[in-house]
Design a protein around this ligand. Structure first.
Ligand SMILES: [Zn+2]
Length: 82
């Protein structure tokens, strides 16, 4: 869950993990720790046609969530991080 200082400029003020509620560290509009941001518009063939859902998970909640997957997360390695 994200809060912005200026809605038009979209300057990030606060990010909270939707699962555990913990506030993540944000400095100068940048999240300073691992975060799993989700922003999806459900498509035509879903039962949520056109609904936009967004949430954030902290890294430990992401680990707990994905640990329950029947098929593990596909992992690779990026050389350059943004
Ligand atoms: Zn969490």
């Amino acid at each position: 869950m994200r809060k912005y200082k200026n809605q038009q400029a979209k300057q990030l003020e606060q990010v909270s993990c939707n699962m555990c509620g913990r506030e993540l560290k944000v400095e100068n509009g940048i999240v300073m720790e691992g975060v799993f941001p989700v922003d999806i518009v459900w498509g035509y063939f879903s039962s949520r046609d056109g609904e936009r859902h967004s949430f954030d998970l902290c890294e430990s909640c992401y680990e707990r969530w994905t640990a329950g997957f029947q098929i593990p997360v596909a992992k690779g390695q990026e050389k350059e991080l943004i």
